[in-house]
Write a protein that binds this ligand. Structure first.
Ligand SMILES: [Zn+2]
Length: 261
């Protein structure tokens, strides 16, 4: 199986003891590419994922300020993001968006930092990776106003109606461990109605490990569990879903990048 983990936090301290083995296990499990998310602990360090990507040919990066860290963003943060955007391994701006569950940064600041990063992504011609929690309506409103070219709804946990709204805006829906949770029938329904060419998978590791690893540290090799569940939900073979989601990632994120068709 050819797999992609479209969302991993390999800089997390939970991987400090065995990061190399984790990456090797992923490769052995068929994970051809991994997209490391560059939000880390927030500004001023905006390069946590670029550093990972520079070390391995199969590793890619995003850059961005997480809504949790929005209040750490300063004018030089946005200048630095603009500098980093053309890096050949940077495939997207993210994860950016709104988080009204934790409210670690004031909501007006979150909205402003989100909008500014959409502008940077648009200038750079990069897709965006969206994080949204208990802020669906505001997220959609900002996207409708500031964004016209799709991207990834990361760790999609919405229902069918929300899936349709995101799809209408041109987004891909990325399904992670939550898809495998017993109570997540609404999420599985969203996965059922998503067109073939808009499906992606991810782990969001080290968080949200899928069944049968639930409660443990998540890692990129476990992305296969989301693929299997997606296959079951859609009545297809896991190999088909692996191929499909890998192809979708390449199409969305690697088009026009050096060394890729
Ligand atoms: Zn994440």
């Amino acid at each position: 199986m050819r797999l992609v983990d479209s969302h991993c936090h390999l800089d997390d301290p939970k991987f400090d003891q065995d990061r190399e083995q984790v990456i090797e296990r992923a490769r052995a499990a068929g994970v051809e590419r991994m997209m490391a998310i560059g939000t880390g602990n927030g500004p001023p360090d905006l390069e946590v994922a670029v550093r990972q990507a520079d070390r391995y040919p199969f590793m890619y990066a995003t850059i961005g300020v997480h809504p949790h860290d929005a209040s750490k963003a300063a004018p030089e943060t946005f200048l630095r993001l603009r500098d980093l955007a053309p890096h050949p391994k940077v495939l997207a701006v993210g994860e950016i968006g709104l988080d009204y569950h934790y409210d670690f940064s004031p909501r007006e600041v979150q909205r402003d930092v989100f909008a500014q990063q959409l502008e940077i992504a648009a200038e750079a011609g990069l897709p965006v990776v969206i994080h949204t929690r208990e802020a669906w309506d505001d997220t959609l409103a900002i996207l409708r106003q500031n964004w016209h070219s799709g991207g990834i709804m990361h760790c999609f946990t919405g229902d069918e109606e929300q899936a349709r709204q995101a799809l209408d805006l041109g987004f891909h829906l990325s399904f992670g461990g939550v898809l495998t949770f017993p109570k997540a029938e609404a999420v599985r329904q969203a996965a059922r109605i998503t067109p073939d060419d808009r499906l992606l998978v991810e782990t969001d590791c080290p968080y949200l490990a899928p069944v049968p690893h639930r409660g443990k540290r998540n890692e990129p090799a476990f992305v296969v569990e989301s693929v299997k569940r997606l296959a079951e939900v859609r009545g297809r073979a896991p190999e088909d879903l692996a191929e499909l989601t890998t192809g979708n990632f390449e199409q969305l994120c690697l088009r026009g990048k050096p060394g890729n068709s």
